[in-house]
Design a protein around this ligand. Structure first.
Ligand code: ZN
Length: 314
């Protein structure tokens, strides 16, 4: 058993239940929803609460909110979403990929201190504490700024013992670069979850990460370039290879996002791609796995066993 910080207090890892390990209540950019709320569309909060209530009714107990400050994290909005929907929400600290100019000058130790404060004292002047550490490296690999954050969260991990989620560019096998930095900092591999691992179908690479003891976030559904069916075939291959208990399927869905007037894709087209929101896994992916011959027993454990085991690792 491990005690986990949620936005409404602590919880026992045994009570996680069905857990989506990489989602967002709101994604924008730092401060946008306060200064330019009209960019999020009308009634965004009410819509989000309704969506989360439906998600809870659909059998989801816990959501890990992967929103860092640079992605527009508002900890009080997240806590209010949790209270009104009944879904338990775990918040993160760390940084995504929007690096401000001052990142050229700050040290890993300086950043580690602020991340540690968000775990031990609270976020944004509240007593709401982060439950996981996050860093990100994308297509260019581990950049100088990315390395500063990686080392900062590694050091925050040493101090707080919180697990680590790493946004990773799996088609470029960027996880191996991130892993090298984590090893250099002395982080145990079983404390790390490589997110967006289902953006690739490279099972050999994913198996390399698993064989190091890491967890995989299969957390883009329906996702972009790789089709949802190809993502599911990758999940099936990993299940067949015996890794079901270290997979964390999720969507990277956001209940609130910028209501973009985007000529490339209309709101209706976006909704058509995923009318299920946070329930796409249960409504679409699990039936596919069933058709592929995955046992009920394994399917029942997919968003339950991996998340719990990950938080309970020492
Ligand atoms: Zn995300």
């Amino acid at each position: 058993m491990t005690t986990i910080n949620t936005v409404t207090g602590t919880m026992d890892s045994a009570d996680l239940g069905f857990t989506l390990m990489h989602e967002h209540i709101m994604v924008a950019a730092s401060g946008v929803h306060k200064d330019y709320p009209e960019l999020l569309g009308p009634d965004f909060m009410a819509n989000a609460i309704k969506k989360l209530q439906d998600t809870k009714a659909g059998g989801v107990s816990t959501i890990l909110d992967a929103t860092t400050l640079d992605l527009g994290r508002d900890i009080e909005l997240i806590a209010e979403s949790s209270r009104q929907s009944g879904i338990k929400i775990i918040a993160c600290t760390g940084w995504w990929l929007d690096y401000p100019r001052f990142f050229g000058g700050v040290s890993a130790d300086q950043l580690a201190k602020v991340f540690i404060r968000e775990v031990t004292e609270g976020i944004s002047g509240t007593d709401i504490k982060a439950g996981i550490l996050k860093s990100a490296s994308d297509m260019p690999g581990v950049t100088p700024e990315g390395e500063t954050v990686l080392r900062a969260i590694a050091r925050a991990h040493k101090e707080t013992n919180l697990p680590i989620m790493l946004h990773s560019y799996s088609p470029g096998r960027v996880g191996l670069q991130q892993m090298a930095v984590m090893k250099d900092e002395g982080v145990a591999m079983n404390r790390i979850k490589f997110d967006h691992s289902n953006d690739t179908t490279d099972v050999e690479y994913l198996t390399m990460l698993l064989d190091e003891g890491c967890y995989l976030g299969l957390d883009r559904y329906p996702g972009g370039n790789t089709s949802p069916m190809a993502r599911t075939k990758t999940m099936k291959a990993l299940i067949d290879a015996g890794y079901a208990d270290r997979l964390c399927p999720s969507h990277d869905h956001s209940a609130i996002s910028i209501d973009a007037d985007n000529p490339m894709i209309t709101k209706e087209q976006r909704l058509k791609m995923n009318p299920h929101g946070f329930l796409y896994m249960k409504n679409v992916v699990f039936p596919w796995l069933r058709e592929m011959g995955v046992s009920e027993n394994i399917i029942d454990g997919l968003c339950v066993i991996g998340p719990r085991k990950f938080f309970e690792e020492t």
